[in-house]
Design a protein around this ligand. Sequence first.
Ligand SMILES: Nc1ncnc2c1ncn2[C@@H]1O[C@H](COP(=O)(O)OP(=O)(O)OP(=O)(O)O)[C@@H](O)[C@H]1O
Length: 461
Amino acid sequence: MPPDDESPAVAAAAAGDTFSKVLQGRYELGRVLGRGASSKVYRARDVRDGAHVAVKAIRKPSSPYCCTPEDAVAARRCVEREVAALRRLDGHPHVVRLLDVLATRSTVYLVLELARGGTLLSALDATAGGGRYGEPAARRLFAQLASAVAHAHSRGVFHRDVKPDNLLLDGGELSLKLADFGLSAFAAEEHEHEHDQHQLLAATHCGSPAYVAPESLLKRRPYDAGKADVWSCGVVLFVLAAGYLPFNDGNLMAMYRKICSAKFRFPKWFSPELRSLIGRLLDPEPDTRIKIGDIFDHPWFQQDGKPSFGFIQAACSHPSYDVVKWEAELEQARELNAFDIIGFASGCDLSGLIGALPHRVRFVVPGADVKSTLDRVEKLGREEGLAVMRKEEARYGGVHLEGTSGKFSAYLMVYLLPKEMLMVEAKRASGSEIPKFWQELYHRLLGNCNIITKFTFMQQM
Ligand SMILES: Nc1ncnc2c1ncn2[C@@H]1O[C@H](COP(=O)(O)OP(=O)(O)OP(=O)(O)O)[C@@H](O)[C@H]1O
């Protein structure tokens, strides 16, 4: 990752296991735990309660020299998806928890539950079994993975990048956490952005194509992302118990051919039940492939004296999802995405509001009441002799203001953020004759607050 505005201190902290850099007064950063294509993950400590966490620093690609506008959009979408997916899946014991999101102008920081055991990939290398687990341990790990994936599907989230590098381990008890939802898709949009999704898959799966389902390799055909996740789980199960990949070849096209024909051989130590389950998971025909909710009924799970996977199975019991149910949450994810946070977390320049008339202002105020905020703006607009039109929903609302001369118009939006905060965004669409309105806006909305958390303004629209 290229250096960012906090890189010297971050690098110093990363050199050892000490916690020397404090991120926005909240998290002391320690050593680097891992790196992704666009991120660095640090071990960190919450200064408030001393809790150990992981901080994933994702640099926003901004320079035209290092990325195209399409790359920048794709990177932004990855962060938005990861934040929205982790929020939606919060509370499942085998999905890594998102604890906080912070941002600077150049970097988004996801504060995650710390998985002390590293990735499943590195754990496999360190196993006494020479890179593989025995069937009881593999069963325990796979049950947790299937439970996390079933939970995600039941909430309309498809991971699309299930592989051992994205499975983290915590504690000595082999507790698995599904992580890295940067490529995930939501049920509501699954077929909306098919083209984008193929682009994303094509761009990102190049590094580890061994886990990709055959149907997702057929670029012009839409595919069911849930069934593709089940295939990837099948490859993971094979790797867990075999210690090597079912489909492998130095030549990428040859590997794709093997995947599409689902040609692989079982190691001689696999039990008949395991062979049967993997055969059902790695079925090249998505429609006959075993469904995520049926996995626990397979005889391989009836081994070891029928252990109880009760809490795990509970997540699989409602595999169908109700898209409507999640609309409100999607709305929330849209309202607060990590890049919006950058907008108000990066600067604190009040001069634009008080001095020259800016085109657009955005700020955050404490308070969870959209209605009364809009009331105040509406009242101010009327006092200034502006025509006022108002639109209001549960979590957001807007006021359109227009001067009677037609020379001034502005639009103000208020969004409810988590933790009882409101984000206010005002845009001046035309005209420049009512600076008083902007100044009053500041005083009316912020003047009574003791805490002005973060503030920024943008001169250009
Ligand atoms: N919560 C966590 N606890 C401990 N280590 C973590 C955690 N999250 C990530 N890591 C480490 O950081 C590495 C990179 O994380 P992650 O895969 O989320 O990044 P990424 O940029 O999305 O990667 P990719 O390039 O695969 O998309 C992981 O492989 C792991 O070693």
